[in-house]
Design a protein around this ligand. Structure first.
Ligand SMILES: NC(=O)c1ccc[n+]([C@@H]2O[C@H](COP(=O)([O-])OP(=O)(O)OC[C@H]3O[C@@H](n4cnc5c(N)ncnc54)[C@H](OP(=O)(O)O)[C@@H]3O)[C@@H](O)[C@H]2O)c1
Length: 265
């Protein structure tokens, strides 16, 4: 199976590095394109993948074409490759906010859309995958396998990709924002930066792992560590009073709404 990545940015690198590392595909079967010769040289040296500056010839023999350019580059790139892609090839798009109907433009192309996130860079990603109109069960399984090489991959309907963007696509930024503010507070309390960072990171990862392993709901776990009149209660009550919960909900709704706006052009 030959896989060609159009656009060799961070997201493409994360995915094909995972594919090669997890032996989902051989480096010799992966080809990546970009406009930067230097970038391609670096990727070829590091992963042993094939590279090309020529998009149409790079897709000509591909069984899977992964669209990994920025969405605003898509209108330039697609006309040059659309005719060159084999009729039976699968198109996997990681581009945020470009509907499969825009890519297909009325043609019966098999498309799977993927909404990944940046922890894919370390093999801990969370991706939603959605079938376009003509994608088959086999196509979805293949996309699951490819994205499974860099983390968790979950099937959703294409319309749900807006919500996936709000949960996991943009999600890492919410966690970074929380950490940013936890560390700012720790600094004000005089805790040494390195110590605070180590503790805060272990806390976020430990809490997530605890929730995953216990299978318990977030609220139940929170209640377990919040004794009446205690220190955690003082913190949580302040968050409740200041509307942190409502802010998170509003933020995610704004994210999904923006995702819809971008998709509608
Ligand atoms: N990063 C994320 O968290 C994330 C999450 C979900 C979805 N995505 C989606 O993933 C896609 C890639 O994101 P990214 O962060 O990896 O972006 P990126 O780093 O900008 O990668 C895109 C690459 O494509 C190259 N490129 C530009 N024009 C090209 C052309 N005509 N032919 C071939 N390559 C070309 C760019 O080169 P130059 O830099 O020189 O222009 C760049 O190296 C985007 O569509 C984004 O919506 C990203």
């Amino acid at each position: 199976m030959k896989i060609t990545f159009i656009g060799a940015g961070n997201m493409a690198e994360a995915i094909f590095a995972g594919i090669v590392k997890q032996q989902v595909g051989a480096a010799s079967d992966v080809c990546v394109t970009d406009i930067s010769e230097e970038r391609l040289e670096y990727l070829s040296q590091k992963y042993g993948v094939g590279t090309s500056l020529d998009n149409p010839s790079a897709v000509a023999d591909a069984d899977v074409v992964v669209l990994a350019v920025k969405p605003q580059i898509f209108p330039t790139v697609w006309p040059e490759i659309a005719e060159a892609i084999k009729p039976d090839a699968l198109v996997v798009s990681v581009m945020a906010g470009v509907p499969s109907t825009t890519i297909a433009d009325g043609k019966p192309i098999r498309i799977v859309r993927v909404m990944p996130n940046t922890p894919a860079l370390i093999g801990r990603g969370a991706a939603g995958i959605a079938a376009g109109e003509f994608a088959t069960e086999t196509d979805l399984q293949l996309a699951e396998k490819l994205m499974g090489a860099v983390g968790v991959a979950v099937r959703v309907e294409e319309e749900e990709l807006h919500a996936v963007t709000a949960v996991s696509g943009s999600g890492p930024a919410y966690v970074f924002y929380l950490l940013e503010n936890m560390l700012a507070a720790a600094d004000r309390m005089g805790l040494e930066k390195g110590i605070a960072r180590e503790l805060a990171l272990a806390t976020v990862m430990g809490a997530a792992e605890l929730m995953k392993e216990s299978g318990e709901e977030a609220e139940a776990l929170r209640n377990k560590v919040t004794s009446k009149g205690g220190t955690t209660a003082a913190a949580i009550n302040t968050m409740i009073k200041r509307g942190v919960g409502e802010s998170v909900v509003a933020a995610m709704q704004a994210c999904a709404a923006r995702s819809r706006e971008l998709a509608d052009g």
